[in-house]
Ligand binder design. Structure first.
Ligand SMILES: *Cc1c(COP(=O)(O)O)cnc(C)c1O
Length: 375
């Protein structure tokens, strides 16, 4: 049997919660479990205001509406990320400027990002790759110097920290994903975090189809009406019930994933020390949340050869991301600037299986197979 790349793990609590949400009788959006999830995130991480959404992509869409972008506004973001980071901005008519990665980490090179700023730049998006923080002091300084909105794509970053402060608590906005491939999952699901007070009131309305239904639910108004633009971003309370089941085991999930990550790290360190592969150097300011274990080969041929070898050994390892600036949709619109580090990560990075139920003996087996490929 093949060792999968990912396998969702259910705590048992998810179905219990869904049953009790159904018994409670409110299964549409903004119900009991939605509120419990919001409280969880706001209390545990100090996020100012949170909104569950149907996906991280939807959380991005909500944020782009709240930013009030106009045609011609420019947004700077890494090219080495998932398409969801960018397409919601395109939908609002914004122009994307892609920044390169650092040379020793897939995260955005903030010096390069800063060099792309001009009079039309409105937003800087950073994505904490593998849950490892971007240098947020520097990102925030750039944004305050140039009066930019800061959005953290924290899709990988639940329960991870920069200088002991949770990722997702720095940007004016932050987005999380609960897609099946993420540490904490509701199949599909997302969260929009708003840390700047001035966006909150409108966010409630955009979240509920452009109506003031949230205010109505609280009893602040006596009827609810159409007051702004919006969409149906609030997920069913069944999804929230499922998610809350996962959240109630978050410490165990994170610790188990980190143990797996550490085991790969110590197993593969000898290969890295010999200079055969490159593995991550965690910056001093960042934590690791066990989201992805990756390493780099010396070139694309070697990477593809190793992926084939692992596949022949019944191990499903994968690569990503295809650089957004070279993608069929965007390549004609890109400035033409070469983004060397982004392209290097796209060509040489390998991600290994990492999921809650992956036994450490299997981690040892996978590591041994990688060593044997090089010996
Ligand atoms: C998974 C992911 C997303 C999108 O998440 P969805 O919940 O599937 O919409 C966005 N950005 C990054 C970096 C991701 O990894």
């Amino acid at each position: 049997m093949k060792i999968p790349f990912n396998k969702p793990w259910f705590t048992g609590k998810e179905i219990q919660n869904i049953t009790s949400a159904a018994a409670f009788g409110h299964i549409s959006g903004n119900g009991l479990y939605t509120r419990k999830c919001h409280e969880f995130f706001e209390n545990r991480y100090g996020f100012k205001k949170t909104f569950l959404t149907s996906s991280c992509t939807d959380a991005f869409e909500m944020a782009t509406i709240l930013m009030d972008l106009k045609d011609g506004d420019e947004v700077i973001m890494p090219s080495y990320t998932f398409v969801s980071t960018t397409s919601p901005f395109i939908l609002r008519g914004a122009k994307i400027k892609f920044a390169d990665s650092l040379n020793d980490h897939p995260n955005i090179n903030l010096d390069h990002a800063e060099s792309l700023i001009n009079i039309n730049t409105k937003v800087l998006v950073v994505m904490h790759y593998g849950g490892v923080a971007v240098d947020m002091d520097k990102a925030m300084e750039i944004c305050s110097n140039h009066n930019l909105i800061l959005l953290e794509d924290a899709a990988h970053s639940i329960d991870s920290y920069y200088k002991e402060k949770p990722l997702g608590s720095f940007g004016h906005f932050a987005t999380f994903s609960f897609h099946e491939t993420k540490n904490i999952s509701s199949g599909e699901g997302g969260l929009l975090v708003i840390n700047d007070e001035k966006y909150i009131k409108r966010a409630e309305i955009v979240w509920e189809k452009g109506t003031n239904r949230s205010a109505f639910s609280r009893g602040d108004v006596d009827k609810y009406e159409w007051v702004d633009v919006g969409a149906s971003y609030s997920p069913s309370d069944m999804i929230a019930a499922f998610l809350f089941g996962q959240l109630s085991h978050i410490n165990k999930i994170q610790q188990t994933r980190i143990n797996i990550w550490n085991r790969y790290y110590s197993n593969l360190l000898p290969l890295a020390n010999r200079g055969v592969i490159k593995i991550i150097n965690l910056p001093e300011f960042a934590t690791n949340n066990g989201h992805v274990f990756y390493f780099q080969t010396s070139d694309k041929n070697e990477r593809n050869g190793l992926l084939d070898f692992l596949n022949d050994n019944n191990i499903h390892a994968v690569f990503h991301y295809l650089p957004l600036h070279l993608s069929p949709y965007y390549k004609e619109l890109h400035t033409g600037e070469e983004l060397k580090n982004t392209e290097l990560f796209a060509d040489t990075l390998i991600r290994l299986p990492l999921f809650y139920e992956l036994p450490l003996e299997v981690v040892d087996f996978i590591s041994e197979r990688i060593a044997s490929y090089y010996n």
